[in-house]
Design a binder for this molecule. Structure first.
Ligand SMILES: [Zn+2]
Ligand SMILES: [Zn+2]
Ligand SMILES: [Zn+2]
Ligand SMILES: [Zn+2]
Length: 502
């Protein structure tokens, strides 16, 4: 079956645009939450942090992963995963891992292993050991853009060095060095970070069909992963003939910030509807709010552009002037504290981290707009650190403060907004505010059923909590101020909701 036929069967087709290259087009109407396409990676690898806890074949978490007895560097959750991985690629990479570890005493970096796996898979498919499918063959990889001529010289040099290493590793498989260099280029601008349900990175994978989908800062679909399987779902109704889009970068940021990230990694200037707004008055105000300083006039809700956005000294809404130098000084002070706070976080000193994040927030509150992404990130960190310290009341306060900023920086149906409402619901529920918990969890369910699918484990967990909170709220409304309907106390509740501690 050809890729065209495969896509048509899924209600999709490819069109070619002069500036954007290939585009994936909806050939029928897709409803919110509907599956657009799902794909296993052509090649994938776990992050170093995830290697010890996840299965190298299915990428699932397992408390009982067993190491490959030969190379001792990959782990599997069960024997069927081990058998599958052995056939797919591990038979060919195991010995070279043993050799490499003996020589260098460490496993090669993930990006190198990803290319090694790609080359091994191609060779196994070419010799007929592994079968090919319309969405699983090397031609789909070759069809991806390399952006070779736009890649920086020094990056190409390092790719050439790694290509040499790949050649030695996969020997006796024949490889062309220039071609391997191009594979590194393809990976750099096409591979996806594989994340868990709550968007924490787990590994990297190359999904050649999913990669056809172009970027938009206001995307109509979302890419999530089940294990390592990439799953793209419609975020909204997509009309027949409309281009399917997904986001490649962090969307909480001003137009300049998003465009810079896209240019650096993906070599294009985004022309999406959100970016096109940049020149309009509405767009200028929006960018100033997201990353600029707040207006010095208390009654004004405007902001002053700063950072990458044409630093100004006047509020874009009312025109009031501000002391830019003084603001810049405060901003650097906040950034310094933020760095220290993150360091404390990494060394797991939660108490110290909280103190430093609080100091950062105190400064940022004075200089940034209430919906600033900088302030939002600090408050988000504070929410998480308070959860680790079991201070639910403070965590709830910070969570509530982040939500308006979340809804502004991301779209209202973004999975990140859904997850934030889920956290809010759980916090309310832990604190016994059952009615507020029901409201927040219902909101979360509305969003996450679309983004994650109603059958996902995350939505199942959410539904369970929502049912308990609903029963509790109903009981309370019958007997106002009456006794607790369930014997569970708050600490017990927390034990049932470990996932709150991220
Ligand atoms: Zn497994
Ligand atoms: Zn092995
Ligand atoms: Zn854009
Ligand atoms: Zn103003």
């Amino acid at each position: 079956m050809t890729l065209e036929k495969f896509l048509l069967d899924h209600g999709l087709r490819i069109s070619v645009d002069d500036t954007k290259g290939r585009c994936l087009i909806a050939n029928r109407v897709f409803t919110p939450g509907e599956l657009i396409i799902s794909q296993e990676p052509y090649s994938s690898v776990l992050d170093i942090d995830s290697e010890r806890r996840r299965c190298d074949n299915c990428f699932n978490l397992s408390s009982n992963v067993k190491r490959c007895s030969a190379c001792k560097s990959v782990r599997y959750c069960c024997s069927s995963c081990q058998v599958h991985a052995w056939k797919q690629q591990h038979k060919s990479e195991c010995q070279m891992l043993v050799k490499l570890i003996e020589e260098k005493q460490r496993t090669p970096p993930p990006s190198l292993r990803l290319v090694v796996r790609l080359v091994i898979k191609r060779s196994l498919q070419q010799s007929g050991v592994l079968s090919t499918k319309a969405d699983d063959n090397f031609e789909t990889v070759e069809a991806l853009p390399t952006h070779y001529s736009e890649t920086q010289e020094e990056r190409l040099v390092s790719y050439a060095q790694m290509a040499n290493l790949v050649k030695t590793i996969v020997d006796p498989v024949e490889v062309d060095l220039k071609e391997v260099c191009q594979l590194f280029c393809r990976i750099a601008c096409n591979a996806h970070t594989i994340c868990d349900e709550e968007f924490r990175p787990v590994g990297t994978g190359l999904y050649p069909v999913i990669s056809i989908i172009n970027h938009s800062c206001a995307p109509n679909t979302v890419l999530l992963f089940n294990g390592k399987r990439g799953i793209v779902r419609a975020l909204q109704k997509i009309e027949k003939g409309t281009e399917v889009t997904v986001s490649y970068v962090e969307l909480a940021g001003s137009t300049k910030t998003r465009q810079l990230a896209l240019k650096e990694q993906y070599y294009f200037v985004c022309q999406c509807k959100r970016c096109r707004k940049m020149e309009t008055e509405e767009g200028i105000i929006e960018d100033a709010i997201l990353e600029g300083y707040k207006c010095p006039v208390q009654q004004c809700n405007g902001a002053v552009p700063s950072g990458r956005d044409q630093p100004g000294s006047q509020c874009v809404t009312c025109g009031s002037g501000c002391d830019n130098k003084k603001l810049k000084r405060s901003e650097s002070a906040a950034n310094k504290l933020l760095e220290e706070a993150n360091l404390a976080m990494r060394s797991r000193d939660d108490g110290q981290a909280r103190l430093l994040f609080e100091k950062t927030e105190a400064i940022q509150k004075e200089i940034f707009h209430v919906h600033s992404v900088h302030l939002m990130r600090t408050r988000d960190a504070l929410m998480k650190v308070c959860m680790s310290l079991n201070d639910w009341q403070s965590a709830l306060r910070y969570c509530l403060l982040t939500l308006p900023a979340y809804e502004r920086a991301y779209s209202v149906n973004s999975p990140l907004v859904g997850l934030q409402y889920f956290s809010l619901g759980k916090l309310h529920w832990l604190l016994g505010n059952s009615r507020e918990a029901v409201t927040a969890l219902t909101r979360a369910k509305g969003i996450l059923s679309v983004t994650h699918g109603s059958g996902s484990s995350l939505v199942r967990e959410l539904t369970g909590t929502l049912q308990e909170a609903t029963l509790e709220a109903a009981y309370r409304s019958q007997i106002p101020g009456g006794p607790e309907p369930m014997s569970l106390d708050i600490t017990d509740r927390f034990k049932h909701h470990r996932s709150l501690k991220r």
